[in-house]
Design a protein around this ligand. Structure first.
Ligand code: GLC
Length: 546
């Protein structure tokens, strides 16, 4: 195995990070009793709910379990190498020295043993466990090794101090790749096998932006997948999953409805469309810049243009030219205090994304449809004017508005209009001062999603304080677009250092300690992808990247 695979393997601890393989749904982790456990990744179900083997291990002739002695992406090794386990599709493949046995207990309590020797397989084509002595373990092991090696051959090469974590992030993207039941012709890189098993629209945008550095074809596939099921009026669904799409509040899983009810959210019980922020053209352009594919671009442009119209036509309830989020989930910032009160809410970063999308569409449409391009450009100018009305010089942030009233919450959404690169110098300076304020946004590990001075700030609660890589990545781009390359570089470096300090691509990070908050999931694809994207960009600046 290559150094990169070994580096990635060092972080597959079987406790926070599961052993798995591209295309398989199986997950192997260590149980509390020291034995392994085997589960399957499923939409909206946790590890315990999908448990297949409550216990799995390799035992010697006296029934004593052998310890796991090393993990590489393609195999788990027991007893210093006398036995190994790998995945072969939806089967577990084990092999080892004569006299050793695989010992298991299913989730329903059936126990058994199977001699290892040249190989045995445990598989689940149905709910019943099937076991077979199959002298093919060496072949399974070789296939698994070759598959991962091909994946690591594509791993982006970055600055030496960033490379080990880059290898692990690249592994995370490979490990999170699977096929959704309804779209078997496409590979979906899901947000995390340990929590989010489906294609979430804006996750796929960030994932594609990272994937493009090693596998542009897979990056394109992610974008095609989430643009495949628009509604007749142009709205894109929030999620594409095994059983269909999540496109309105009627499609929400029961657990989400219960959570909204519990928190007293205004979004509970109202039927509204569910989507994600309009960063579609942004992601497409990034992937296209890396490897142009004109027919792919042509296949997606009409869908992007229609979704942009949808925001202005169907998601601007008061018709003031500032579209709104009718549901917190559509913003991607589900729990942000911006949505604690009245809905819908017109937020400043939504206007900024729409300005960016209209400008990119105008560029992309210039050679195809001049009139449409001119319409987009004009609307971008108009939206800039409307956005500037949300600037609050006193607090040094852009504010959100709901039902004609200012929303009090002081959140990072108020800083994101930097992304447009179209703000006057006095406003840019005001935003920089806010970013630098230690009482608000200048935390040890910036940038918190809510100001520390806001009463709702909580360093561990999702979108109410923790740092998220997507926000930092957009701020890095915003600082660059606003003529602040030094600050952009500094934030990129601090974000990379945070991922390393936090032990890997977590869903989000505590802004004081860089630690993973208790409820944040691990193996998070967009953090992995954006780590890679930032690492490539800072390495390229030094002439050592590719
Ligand atoms: C959470 C996040 C949302 C993300 C989804 C999948 O719901 O709030 O932004 O798209 O998880 O990762």
């Amino acid at each position: 195995m290559t150094d990169l695979a070994a580096e990635a393997g060092a972080l597959i601890d079987l406790t926070q990070v599961a052993f798995t393989a591209p295309g398989s749904r199986l997950l192997v982790m260590a149980g509390a009793d020291g034995w392994l456990q085997v589960s399957s990744s499923q939409y909206e179900k946790c590890f315990e709910e999908c448990l297949r083997l409550a216990r799995l291990g390799v035992v010697d002739a006296d029934g004593r379990p052998l310890p796991v002695t090393s993990v590489l992406p393609h195999r788990i090794e027991f007893g210093g190498g006398v036995a190994t386990l790998c995945l072969a599709g939806e089967s577990l493949s084990l092999g080892g020295a004569t006299g050793l046995e695989a010992a298991y207990r299913t989730s329903s309590g059936t126990s058994g043993r199977l001699p290892l020797g040249e190989g045995c397989r445990l598989s689940w084509p149905v709910e019943e466990l099937r076991m077979a002595a199959e002298p093919a373990h060496a072949d399974d092991l070789e296939r698994a090794r070759a598959e991962w090696e091909a994946w690591f051959d594509r791993c982006p090469r970055v600055r030496a101090d960033l490379q080990p974590m880059a290898a692990f992030c690249w592994w995370v993207l490979g490990a999170n790749t699977l096929q959704l039941a309804g779209v078997p012709d496409t590979r979906a890189v899901v947000p995390s096998r340990l929590g989010y098993v489906a294609a979430w629209q804006w996750d796929s945008y960030f994932i594609a932006v990272g994937l493009r550095h090693g596998d542009p074809a897979l990056a394109r596939e992610q974008l095609s997948l989430v643009l495949r099921f628009p509604s007749p009026d142009g709205q894109l669904p929030d999620v594409v999953h095994d059983f269909g799409v999540l496109a309105s509040s009627d499609d929400l899983p029961a657990a989400d409805v219960a959570r909204l009810r519990e928190t007293g959210s205004m979004a509970e019980g109202v039927r509204v469309p569910l989507t994600k922020p309009p960063l579609t053209a942004w992601a497409i352009s990034k992937v296209y810049e890396t490897e142009p594919d004109p027919s792919w671009l042509d296949s997606l442009l009409p869908t992007v243009a229609a979704s942009q119209e949808w925001w202005f036509d169907a998601s601007d309830s008061d018709g003031d030219g500032l579209p709104e989020y009718a549901h917190p989930y559509s913003s991607g910032l589900d729990d942000s205090p911006v949505f604690d009160g009245v809905l819908p809410v017109a937020t400043p970063e939504l206007a900024a994304y729409l300005i960016g999308q209209d400008e990119l569409l105008a560029d992309l449409l210039a050679e195809r449809d001049l009139a449409a391009a001119a319409r987009c450009r004009k609307r971008a100018d108009r939206t800039v004017d409307r956005l500037l009305e949300l600037w609050d010089a006193e607090t040094g942030v852009f504010r959100a508005k709901a039902a004609g009233q200012w929303v009090a919450a002081d959140t990072v959404l108020g800083l994101l209009p930097l992304f447009t690169g179209r703000l006057p110098a006095r406003i840019v300076n005001g935003l920089l001062a806010t970013l630098d304020d230690p009482a608000r946004y200048a935390t040890a590990w910036p940038v918190p999603t809510v100001s520390q001075a806001d009463p709702s700030f909580d360093p561990d609660r999702m979108w109410r304080g923790p740092v998220w890589l997507c926000i930092n990545r957009l701020l890095v781009e915003g600082l660059l677009a606003s003529g602040e390359p030094e600050r952009a570089r500094d934030l990129a470096e601090r974000t990379l250092a945070m991922v390393i300090a936090g032990g890997g691509p977590q869903e989000y990070y505590n802004p004081h300690t860089a630690a993973k908050p208790p409820r944040a999931v691990t193996m998070f694809s967009w953090s992995a992808a954006l780590y890679l994207d930032l690492a490539v960009s800072v390495s390229a600046n030094e002439g050592s990247g590719r």
